[in-house]
Design a protein around this ligand. Structure first.
Ligand SMILES: O=C(CO)COP(=O)(O)O
Length: 127
């Protein structure tokens, strides 16, 4: 199962903090993490294996949208910063739209991401 991770600059620390709470589950053999470039570097430094795509403003959000459109992703965790401006806002909107078009679970804040990961953990426990 592939999980996409994206965080705007003001939310990258939140992303690392969030993932740290699920370290053992995320080392599960069936889980592959993919992330936009800079988010991925932060995640990597925190000790996770992650495939890094392009940085968001250079097309990373679009790459993740493409994976969502081809049903490669089990879920998308996208911690957006609603208090900042982003030059690639059209890509951000496009990614969220594609998730809705293809019914891909999308969490845009830690509260929602926790609910989704709790379900994921339950699924593993049931195996
Ligand atoms: O801009 C982003 C999401 O829109 C994230 O990109 P980076 O992870 O490269 O900072």
């Amino acid at each position: 199962m592939k999980i996409a991770l994206i965080a705007h600059d003001g939310k990258k620390a939140d992303m690392v903090h969030f993932l740290s709470g699920y370290k053992s589950q995320l080392h599960h053999a069936d889980i592959e993490l993919v992330a936009t470039g800079t988010t991925g570097s932060h995640i990597e430094r925190a000790g996770f294996n992650v495939r890094k795509l392009l940085s968001g403003p250079l097309g990373g959000d679009a790459q993740i949208a493409s994976m969502a459109a081809t049903k490669e992703l089990a879920m998308v965790i996208f911690f957006r910063d609603p208090l900042d401006k982003h030059p690639h806002e059209p890509d951000v909107q496009m990614l969220m739209r594609i998730c809705d078009v293809h019914n891909i679970p999308l969490a845009t804040n830690p509260a929602a991401a926790n609910l989704m990961f709790e379900q994921l953990t339950k699924d593993f426990d049931g195996k």
